[in-house]
Design a protein around this ligand. Structure first.
Ligand code: NAP
Length: 448
């Protein structure tokens, strides 16, 4: 029998477990997660109003409920938890599916002023991540700047203009619902350093911005027209052409009057965030850029300032080094060959990666399926050499001896019940528990 630990229960971890039980005959899989709750970014990253994508949890659930798969939440791997070397002793193979846990930095003055946050901090807060801090995100904000034009930027821009009526049907925590519902942000500037034909958002997500009640999308045609691909989209690849067509649609007709406006902006490179009199962010300063003809941009020496009491930096995620594993700091990934971790130029048997820590923070959730399958194919090809080693009877006792207090599936189900009950008590549907204490207390009601 092959015993495998998958570290991380997000989409890449679940798809890895799924491939292992589908492709391997006699395989047992423990899916470990630092949090007591499974599903990673599907629970803590997918926007609460994107119910269809959220429903992927049902697919991932069937994986974690498979008879040869076991979910063990609340198990930290690495410093302060179970050392990676110990994990290797407990399992024939370990697959790290730990995602990209940090944010890219802008590296500009004022980046850390109060009122400037990474989009991830904001997303974590309204998604009830237990590590999130309620920083009074919307305090006094009438104008917001979102830096970056990827799908996360679109998500946070949309959440800023949605009203309480649209959000109360989501599972967002009550405090975030109250704050967002009372928000006074009238203008959200979503700013790209390159042109509309190089934006990273997908057209479906972009178009959705034009359907939000009480909000209008306002574009400045003269700014968009700096992009040759915008003026003549016929030569662009399909996804970029469709983005440009959506933006051209908004540019071609006057925006309906609306209480809230989303303003996609382009060719503006952030150079500084400046403070107001109280030491909070008051404006974002950008250099106007121009296309360089090779898909990049050059500075023009002209500057534009946008007043903003809230700045969300949405410039992508970054992988974090895991103790005991090699790491490429430039790409933020673990070096690998077809999913096998590479140490000093050679594939290291028994250690694997899948998902964002393998290929970087790109692609949609489904991209993780083939990625996981490739890794599992490598692992199963190595199985003969891996299973020769005797393992302790059940890793659970060994994990407990390392100080872990695993939350098993029954514990997670108790959390789900508590969230359903909270929803009923608030006159809403399911409402997520937002802190460690509440999550662990709910898990404990399942018994030992
Ligand atoms: P992303 O797609 O990589 O977009 C990052 C954005 O930040 C780009 O516009 C990039 O511009 C910009 N940027 C990077 N460094 C910058 C800098 N120093 N100054 C100014 N701008 C900078 O990242 P993401 O939005 O975080 O999304 C991550 C992944 O999750 C993507 O694959 C995304 O599609 C996926 N996702 C999907 C959904 C969905 O399907 N609904 C929702 C959320 C996320 P350049 O292009 O010029 O580098």
């Amino acid at each position: 029998m092959l015993r495998v630990a998958v570290v991380g229960s997000g989409p890449s971890g679940c798809y890895t477990a799924q491939s292992l039980v589908q492709l391997g005959c006699d395989v047992r899989v423990d899916v470990l997660d630092r949090l007591p709750c499974p599903y990673g970014l599907v629970r803590y990253g997918v926007a609460p109003d994107h119910e269809r994508i959220k429903s992927l949890q049902d697919t991932l659930r069937t994986v974690l409920e498979h008879e040869r798969v076991r979910f063990l939440g609340g198990v930290r791997v690495g410093p302060g938890g179970v050392p990676t070397a110990r994990l290797r002793e407990l399992y024939h193979a370990v697959v790290y599916c730990v995602g990209a846990a940090a944010d890219r930095r802008l590296g500009i003055p004022g980046e850390d002023l109060p009122g400037s946050w990474s989009a991830t901090e904001f997303v974590s807060w309204y998604s009830a991540h237990p590590d999130a801090v309620d920083d009074g995100f919307l305090r006094g904000a009438r104008s917001a700047v979102v830096i970056g034009v990827g799908n996360v930027a679109v998500d946070v821009a949309r959440m800023l203009v949605r009203g309480v009526a649209e959000l109360s049907g989501t599972d967002m925590p009550q405090a975030a619902l109250t704050t967002l519902g009372a928000g006074q942000v009238a203008d959200v500037h979503m700013v790209g350093r390159r042109g509309p034909s190089q934006a990273r958002f997908t057209t479906k997500e972009l178009r959705e911005l034009g359907t939000l009640p009480g909000a209008a999308v306002v574009v400045e045609p003269a700014e968009l027209e700096l992009d040759p691909g915008y003026l003549d989209p016929s030569g662009l690849p399909g996804p970029q052409r469709r983005n440009v067509e959506a933006l051209r649609g908004w540019a071609g007709r006057p925006a309906a009057p609306a209480a809230r406006r989303i303003r996609p902006r382009f060719f503006l490179r952030p150079v500084e965030l400046t403070a107001d009199g109280a030491g909070r962010v008051g404006a974002a300063r950008f250099e106007r850029t121009a296309p360089d003809g090779r898909g990049g941009v050059t500075g023009t020496g002209r500057y534009v300032e946008i007043a903003a009491q809230l700045v969300l930096r949405s410039v992508g995620y970054r992988g974090v080094a895991l103790e005991g594993l090699p790491f490429d700091a430039v790409s933020g990934t673990v070096p690998h060959r077809a999913g096998r971790v590479v140490r000093e130029g050679a594939a290291s048997p028994g250690e694997y990666v899948a998902g964002w820590i393998k290929r970087g923070p790109t692609g949609v959730i489904g991209t993780n399926r083939p990625c996981a399958k490739e890794t599992v194919t490598s692992l199963l090809a190595d199985a003969g050499a891996l299973t020769g080693r005797e393992l302790p009877a059940d890793p659970l006792a060994a994990l407990r001896a390392e100080g872990a207090e695993p939350v098993e599936w029954a514990g997670w189900q108790a959390i789900e019940r508590a969230e359903a009950e909270l929803g009923v008590s608030l006159g809403r549907r399911v409402v997520k528990l937002p802190d460690w204490e509440a999550l662990l207390a709910a898990a404990r009601t399942a018994g030992p």
